[in-house]
Design a protein around this ligand. Structure first.
Ligand code: GDD
Ligand code: MN
Length: 375
């Protein structure tokens, strides 16, 4: 291909990129590629298929060169690197389509279901769609031994804290490229790349389309028992990721405590010249600004390069809402829960805790959320 052609080609926008990771799947590719391409064509979707092969040396390159004459296929050969998840990420990074679909090459995932996954993404306002074995209408070939079945079920159960999807282990899924770009700190340990993406892209609206999961057509599975251990490591990393803000809490509380002292000191000073209502307002504002300054500098120091004004406005808003949360929690408890009727102070303490919890979460997720992403 000459340079001009290459430039023209990269400009052509496609709606869908189907990423197929392969390792020694030369026999399956001539079956899966035409079926995927035809299914998409029949639904009027312009598409490209990206095969990411880890230097299989089983004829994959020749087979792909043949197929590329007839179908919109691109082969990426990685040399010196192996792994299902990293191969999938490589394919997604180079994808040109607005929607990304990932599937296996071995015909376990029915190619005719690809358009359905894409439609579910739009029709149901979802941000992640799984081709699922474990929802009504989905199934697997009966030949699964009890052990593989149990293994799959236990693995799914362990993923429960991270997603409510019924089949989070699936290697057949679709998401928008825009959702993929939201991903934070992708870490492709193990082969559950779908689960990794759901968690790290912050997918909240996950839908599942039932599929019949077939036995692979040719060859044998590449995933060894070692991968089961990797899965446990993966879960540990996901837990770490989910709790990544927790170490900031002591700093946040220390800043809050110092802020209370500043508030009282400022109030005492302001009262020398101002009437009480104005002095109170001034003191609260001074303390809030003090808290903002130290949280930005210390608690959330990684975000200190992002827009100061934006953070300041958001922080003040969060404090305001936090105050409302605190007020309504304590007044609500006192008024509606008999236990607190004689214990207004306890209700106030719980209100303060709720307000601070709100402020902390809002600071992590909104005010000091970092704007630049690694994807
Ligand atoms: N590039 C690349 N590199 N591709 C790989 C590698 C690798 O190291 N290992 C596997 N693949 C490709 C295979 O060629 C196949 O297209 C796809 O990834 C899935 O591999 P299989 O070997 O067929 O995996 P499986 O059938 O045991 O597991 C499937 O089902 C699981 C759920 O039961 C996969 O879809 C898993 O992701 C899924 O969790
Ligand atoms: Mn397979």
């Amino acid at each position: 291909m000459n340079v001009v052609e290459e430039v023209v080609e990269t400009r052509v926008a496609v709606q869908v990129t189907v990423v197929i990771p392969t390792y020694r799947e030369a026999e399956n590719l001539p079956v899966v590629v035409p079926r995927v391409a035809e299914a998409l064509e029949q639904h009027g979707l312009s598409a490209e298929i990206v095969v990411v092969d880890d230097d299989s040396r089983d004829g994959t390159e020749e087979v792909c060169a043949d197929l590329a004459d007839r179908w919109p296929l691109r082969l990426i050969t990685r040399r010196g690197e192996r792994g299902l998840s990293s191969a999938v990420l490589r394919g997604m990074n180079e994808a040109r389509g607005e929607v990304l679909v990932v599937m296996d090459a071995d015909l376990s995932h029915p190619p005719e279901k690809v358009p359905e996954l894409i439609e579910a993404l739009d029709a149901e306002d979802a941000d992640f769609v799984i081709g699922s074995r474990y929802v009504a209408g989905g199934d697997t070939d009966g030949q699964w031994g009890l052990f593989r079945w149990l293994n799959s079920r236990v693995a799914t159960l362990l993923a429960r804290p991270f997603t409510t999807a019924r089949d989070p282990m699936a290697g057949f899924f679709a998401l928008r490229r825009e959702t993929y770009r939201r991903a934070e700190e992708l870490n492709p340990v193990g082969y559950k790349i779908g689960l990794e993406l759901m968690v790290k892209c912050g997918c909240r609206r996950v839908r599942e389309v039932p599929i019949f999961f077939h036995q692979r057509l040719h060859g044998e599975s590449k995933l060894s028992w070692k991968e089961q251990l990797n899965y446990l490591r993966h879960l540990a990393r996901l837990a770490e990721y989910r709790l990544r803000h927790l170490p900031r809490l002591p700093k946040f509380l220390a800043v809050g405590a110092s802020g209370s002292a500043v508030d009282l000191a400022a109030f005492a000073l302001a009262m020398l010249t101002l009437p009480v209502p104005a002095a109170r307002a001034l003191a609260i504002w001074v303390a809030m600004t003090w808290n903002f300054y130290w949280n930005r500098r210390w608690t959330f120091f990684e975000s200190r390069r992002d827009s100061l004004l934006r953070q300041y406005v958001l922080f003040c808003l969060a404090c305001l809402v936090g105050a409302v949360v605190s007020w309504s929690t304590s007044v609500g408890l006192w008024q509606y829960v008999a236990f607190f009727t004689d214990r207004p102070l306890l209700a106030a303490v719980l209100g303060v805790v709720a307000g601070m919890a709100f402020n902390f979460v809002a600071s992590c997720k909104i005010v000091f959320r970092r704007s630049e992403k690694t994807a």
